[in-house]
Design a protein around this ligand. Structure first.
Ligand code: ARG
Ligand code: ZN
Length: 889
């Protein structure tokens, strides 16, 4: 492991490498205990930078020998670098021999074993754990890979690109040679060796080229790969249609592995996936899993252009590929959803995720710009900010230049940079240059503050109506509170998509002062100063503004609207996102008022009637109703408060939930009955929308039964749990029982485990459900502690560790933040145990305490004590050390 004294790396210190590696001819004699790696490279001095030694990265390797042009050469080892002073000026060949120990690699970075097979994960800096190399993304080489291994244990041998040769070596061993014609950085290298089977499909793309698509998994999992294969085909079709980007390899492979740190990895031609992001059957996966798999398969496929063909110059540019690729997968999911209402549902879900994960990140100890300025451990920067805020930044380009303009910008980006390692500035320049005179091009430097300034801007909007002049003046202003290392900030460019409605709900035409006629009823205002006023003319009625439609910028909006105005938007807004948002705001206002006043929450009749008419609405989609009737998340609620009392927030949400359950009881019954799906299971928007609303209704009914003592609904939930024809309904019924602490929860949990004990991904759900269960009298916390001893629990498998420990610490604030501090003690213990096994996963868990300074007492002091206890450990990884030090800074 990399110890916790690693140096700070700064973006401004970037220098091009002293050498280029042009080709790599690398062979592996695969053995779990000791794998021999022989790497032969063609190396060239980079004459553009000062003359210096050749410094190769290497970690956890046994070096056997180093040859230059076939002769041994003197070298020294400096920490994690191999330094060769006497490298020639002329081009030379470099040969390195070393071994590594895959079966001891519990960090799952580099070459490791899982379930008896070999896998790699090289992003960001895993290749240096395989062999000595210039392990940085601006060094791009053409790879030829030879794999040698036992043929019965490892019948399948895969690497990037195309199979060039294969055959027998002797009675027990065989080999395969793979060649990837595209120069690539080392982080995109991959190999797989194991006893796997593949689902295969041949396709002919628009361009008329034939391709072989393969999804490799363990023997028993083949029937769970159909959805992933369909998603892959759909992704290929979509990227060709929308961005004219074709598949560039004859063969495209996906491989599933059950031990994996992230969701998946876009290695050139050989994507490696966490099984949780790949395998699905109606019996074992939920609708949400199906949707996530579709999105991740697409995401990794889209990286082939945005990430692989054009890659990052250095890791500070990570959002260049991640923000852009998340944007692309979000657009893809929306297009797949097809119907306008289903598109809105996608958008709402993405924004909910952003608010739950990225907003808290942006106001906590780890706040960083989309393009960070410094890091100690790059693995700590695969964050919601780089991914999800990065995607919002890309979306703003599209909003500013239009869809066609954005496509033209992408075209220019690839014309300029195909085959290169570039920066976020290069991307911005391409989009702007393809759209001269646009709202983006005229403000490019100011727009790029989205890359350099951390923090969520606060956007304030106030309007005044002049009935005599028939003008409406909308004043927009912005502030961005300080972030670590950034005390004051400049105005950002904020596109505000908007419309105006009358109080009766009529859509009003939008004509700005100086314009000769109205320009539609939906437009984008661009705020690029700290404050600006926009005057609308010929406004015939005092309007209700609908601002930030579709969530056109990642900001916190204060529009000062009254309940009456929010109700107008809830009923009549033509923008489905803002319609949903109006409902959320009504809920949020009530929850915040209760938390701030310390008084118990009592829902008023107007609110309840608004929620009732939503639930009963004859036209609205079930999926939309479910989102609209789900209360804002506790993390997002906490974002609105100066001081966070997690128990007070939870109590208010809990009260709102119970009152909604009770007051709308008959409507929940109708929603449950009216949203039963008949016919075969399909994870499509219509069916999944019905299931989600039926499950919410059932949860409400079981919750209300707990209060009233009724046994009918818990009984029906148990029946549904037993008889369900798919995992969505089964898990929905189970969680209704568990979250309400119904008596039938116990037998249901036991039965579920018994039924699915051989399905690892379902056992993960079983742990996660208990870790996330609504807290009541400390029962959930006690149960999680008990489950640590369960024979199926293990810290070594990241999915399993996440399912129990992260569920509690990250997603269950009421169970985690305890007045007796036991949650924090649990966190520190598990963090230290995890860090010794897998620093990347530990680094994630460490993030739970990001916002401890905002906690109310006694949580704040107790949290600090736990963090200090972790900091005092001498043997921390650089991953955890960086997070902990930033938390205490
Ligand atoms: N590039 C991968 C993705 O598609 C994520 C891999 C990150 N891996 C890591 N160890 N940090 O988003
Ligand atoms: Zn990615």
């Amino acid at each position: 492991m990399r110890e916790g004294n690693a140096p700070l790396i700064r973006r401004e210190d970037y220098v091009a490498p002293a050498f280029w590696i042009r080709t790599v001819d690398i062979s592996f004699d695969l053995d779990p205990a000791k794998t021999l790696v022989i790497s032969k490279m063609k190396v060239e001095r980079n004459t553009a930078v000062p003359h210096g030694p050749l410094r190769l990265h290497g970690e956890e390797l046994q070096l056997l020998r180093v040859l230059i042009n076939g002769e041994s050469v003197s070298f020294r080892q400096e920490g994690h670098e191999l330094v060769i002073e006497a490298a020639p000026d002329a081009d030379f060949t470099l040969e390195v021999r070393n071994t590594c120990a895959p079966e001891k690699n519990t960090a799952l970075s580099g070459l490791y074993t899982s379930g008896g097979s070999f896998f790699t994960q090289c992003e960001a800096e895993g290749f240096r754990r395989i062999t000595y190399f210039l392990d940085r993304p601006d060094v791009m080489a053409v790879y030829t890979v030879t794999l040698r291994a036992d043929k019965t244990k490892y019948p399948v041998l895969l690497s990037n690109g195309n199979l060039a040769d294969s055959g027998e070596l002797d009675a027990t061993r065989h080999f395969a040679v793979w060649h990837d014609p595209f120069p690539k950085p080392s982080y995109l290298f991959a190999l797989v060796a194991g006893d796997l089977v593949a689902r295969e499909q041949r396709i002919t793309t628009r361009a008329g080229r034939d391709h072989l698509l393969q999804v490799f998994v363990r023997r028993g999992d083949l029937e769970k790969t159909e959805h992933a294969m369909n998603s892959l085909v759909a992704s290929i079709v979509w990227d060709e249609a929308r961005f004219k980007l074709p598949l560039d390899l004859e063969r495209f492979m996906i491989v599933g592995v059950s031990d994996f740190n992230m969701g998946a990895m876009e290695n050139k031609g050989l994507n490696i996936f966490n099984t949780s992001a790949l395998l699905a059957s109606p019996a074992t996966a939920t609708d949400a899993d199906f949707a996530r798999i579709e999105a991740i398969v697409a995401h990794e496929y889209f990286h082939n252009w945005t990430g692989n063909r054009v890659t990052c110059r250095d890791w500070f540019q990570l959002s260049l590929k991640e923000g852009l690729t998340v944007f692309r997968d979000q657009e893809f999911s929306m297009d797949m959803a097809a119907a306008p209402s289903a598109r809105a549902v996608c958008r709402i879900q993405d924004v909910r995720q952003l608010r739950a994960m990225q907003f808290p990140e942006d106001s906590g100890a780890m706040a960083h710009p989309v393009r960070p300025d410094s890091y100690v451990e790059i693995n700590n920067f695969y964050t919601a900010t780089v991914y999800d805020k990065g995607s919002e930044v890309v979306r703003m380009y599209q909003t500013l230049v239009g869809r066609a303009g954005f496509e033209a910008g992408m075209k220019l980006y690839f014309e300029r940079h195909d085959g290169q390692a570039v920066t976020c500035d290069d991307f911005a320049q391409a989009i702007a240059d393809a759209n001269p005179g646009s709202a983006l091009a005229t403000r490019l430097e100011a727009f790029k503050r989205w890359y350099s300034q951390a923090g969520t801007p606060h956007l304030k909007a106030r309007g005044t109506y002049d009935a005599t002049a028939q003008t409406y003046t909308l004043t927009l202003s912005q502030t961005n509170p300080p972030s670590p290392g950034q005390d004051s900030k400049l105005a950002q460019v904020i596109p505000v998509a908007m419309g105006l409605l009358s109080h009766e709900g009529q859509v009003l035409p939008l004509q700005l002062q100086g314009e000769t006629e109205p320009a539609g009823t939906d437009r984008v205002l661009v705020l690029d100063q700290s404050a600006q006023s926009f005057v609308f003319v010929n406004v015939t009625a005092d309007p209700v503004p609908s601002l930030l439609r579709g969530f056109s910028a990642p900001v916190l909006l204060d529009d000062g609207l009254t309940d009456a105005e929010l109700l107008v938007l809830l009923k009549h807004d033509t923008d489905a996102f803002n319609r949903w948002e109006a409902g959320q705001r009504l809920s949020l206002n009530r929850i915040l008022a209760a938390v701030r006043s310390g008084k118990p929450l009592v829902l008023d009749g107007a609110y309840i009637e608004a929620m009732r008419s939503l639930l009963r609405h004859p036209q609205l989609d079930s999926a939309f109703k479910e989102l609209a009737l789900t209360l804002p998340g506790e993390a997002y609620i906490a974002e609105q408060l100066e001081v966070i009392d997690p128990q007070a927030i939870h109590a208010a949400v809990d009260a709102a939930q119970n009152q909604l359950a009770h007051a709308l009881r008959d409507d929940w019954v109708a929603a449950f009955e009216g949203n039963q799906v008949s016919g075969g299971y399909q994870p499509d928007p219509v069916q999944s929308g019905k299931r989600s609303l039926a499950n919410l209704a059932l949860a409400m009914l079981v919750l209300d039964a707990k209060r009233s003592g009724d046994t009918v609904w818990p009984g029906r939930a148990y029946q549904r749990f037993k008889d369900a024809g798919n995992m969505t309904d089964r898990l929905g019924a189970l969680s209704a029982l568990v979250n309400a602490h119904a008596e039938l929860a116990e037998p249901a949990l036991a039965r579920f485990h018994q039924q699915f004990k051989d399905e690892a991904l379902v056992v993960d759900k079983w742990f996660a459900l208990q870790g996330r269960a609504a807290e009541r009298d400390g029962k959930t916390f006690a149960r999680v502690r008990q489950l640590l001893q369960h024979p199926d629990f293990s810290l070594k498998n990241p999915n399993r560790a996440r399912s129990l420990i992260f569920s509690l610490c990250m997603f269950n604030p009421a169970a985690f933040h305890r007045t007796d501090a036991a949650g924090y003690v649990f966190w520190a213990d598990q963090l230290l145990a995890l860090d010794a096994i897998n620093p990347q996963i530990a680094g994630r868990l460490a993030r739970v305490m990001d916002r401890w300074t905002k906690l109310a007492e006694p949580y704040r002091s107790a949290a600090r004590e736990a963090i200090v206890r972790v900091a005092a450990k001498a043997e921390l990884s650089s991953d955890v050390r960086e997070i902990i030090e930033r938390a205490l800074a």
